[in-house]
Design a protein around this ligand. Sequence first.
Ligand SMILES: Cc1cc2nc3c(=O)[nH]c(=O)nc-3n(C[C@H](O)[C@H](O)[C@H](O)COP(=O)(O)OP(=O)(O)OC[C@H]3O[C@@H](n4cnc5c(N)ncnc54)[C@H](O)[C@@H]3O)c2cc1C
Length: 485
Amino acid sequence: MNHYDIIIIGGGITGTAIAHECSKYKLTAALLERGTDIGIGATKGNGGVVHPGYDPTPGSLKAKINVQGANLYPKLAKDLNFGMINPGIFVIGFTDADEVALKHKLEFGIKNGVRDLAIINADQMRNREPHLAANAKHALYAPTATVVDPFEVAIAFAENAKANGVAILMSQPVTAIQKRRDGSFLINTPDRQLSCSYIVNAAGNHADNVASLAGISEYQMKPRHGDLLVLDKDMANKPQTVIFPCPRPDTKGIACIPTVHGNTIVGSTATMMDDKEAVNNYAPGIQALIDGVHKILPELDASKIIRTFAGLRPVVLDNNNDFFIAESQTVSGFIHAAGIQSPGVAAAPAIAEQVRDLLDNAGLKMIPKLDYNPYREKRIVFADLSIDQQDALIHQNPAYGRIVCRCETVTEGEIIDAIHGVIPAQTLDAVKRRTRAGMGRCQSGFCQYKVIAILSRELGLPVSDICLEDRGSQQLCGPVKGGVK
Ligand SMILES: Cc1cc2nc3c(=O)[nH]c(=O)nc-3n(C[C@H](O)[C@H](O)[C@H](O)COP(=O)(O)OP(=O)(O)OC[C@H]3O[C@@H](n4cnc5c(N)ncnc54)[C@H](O)[C@@H]3O)c2cc1C
């Protein structure tokens, strides 16, 4: 049986950021993820905004960690080679009451330590965003706000952690946890038994269930559901800035978000749910998004929607909407990184530092590794290369000359790289998250059967075993015409 100093449960952006932080120190660590890939919980269902930190109440844990996390992103994006854009945020006000609320957020931001915030007037807003609603009067402008692709960040954290010695184990749902007399933990998954000295619980919406496996009942959780829309890259009047309306106490409101890849996201609704797996979209939610975005950008063309998706924010109940990051009061050595609702993406790098300090306080000596490598190599993105670079690459390996996804210009070579990558892509959605094959306008209508064939060939599996994501999500039940066997 393998023993680790630390076992992290959950491979979302929180768990992978913690794995990345732990990989800097002389210790042994493993991350257990129940799904077939990294980042398949809340981490794949959000807007990707790295909020600068004007929203959380000053003095809250969320406020401190949000600002710290956002400040860590620029260096991480360089070191780990993930995409990040800096569109800034407008929070739009329409009425005098909104102006008061925006000034309130400005004060929050200044107290929380956010740089360069300002209230701007209608002309200043329209210089940058000419298609804003005619009745928009003023905005809180946060020029430092950035946007990332959240699952790219989680994969980058996990790949770098693995390269620096952390075991990243997929399809490992934790089903039992036992605290032993010597203080260590015994952890069971359906096909493994492992032991460790410290547990970090980063299980997202299931953090309370995982805690209860260790006999801990310090909080209860419910998910807050959010619908989102993706709009085509080819759209007139695209906003350059992330645009939010004036926030409500339970939500930042329906925003329009430019993405790293040139699409536009509209999100999100906010509805408390009981079902922790309910990532369906709901018709009233979609309508609320369209109506909501038209209040800030009336000309936005809803016929350009190419996909809808949803995510569940992990909320710890009766906790003032704050994160719950602490060592258990009843089981020593068990650290909670729970209730990581929005802005969990922005906060993730700082949550990891907070967990590091909690582990250190709990008795694990964090001694820096001298051979830690902070860099992750950039993957080949054929579409981003010059014609000369593309020619040279095809000459070296003809697989880069075969376009599989024509919407996003993704080649067979890139798909093969993803399947054999540091954290190998084993499913259609895992290939999609790494390469963007299937993310374009046709949403995989033209390329899915080709990606199935490549996965089948590279993994040595029949096409009927290739899944979309989870077990049981096969797309084919046998051979079909056209070469997919
Ligand atoms: C609609 C919406 C919009 C949002 N927009 C933003 C935004 O713009 N900016 C921002 O900063 N934040 C945003 N967020 C919040 C952000 O998505 C979350 O804070 C973040 O993704 C939480 O990550 P996590 O790793 O804690 O949880 P998750 O990503 O859910 O990861 C938890 C992981 O634990 C695994 N797991 C569960 N049980 C077990 C088990 N028993 N054994 C092993 N593994 C297990 C799950 O499979 C999952 O992969 C948004 C959220 C939503 C829903």
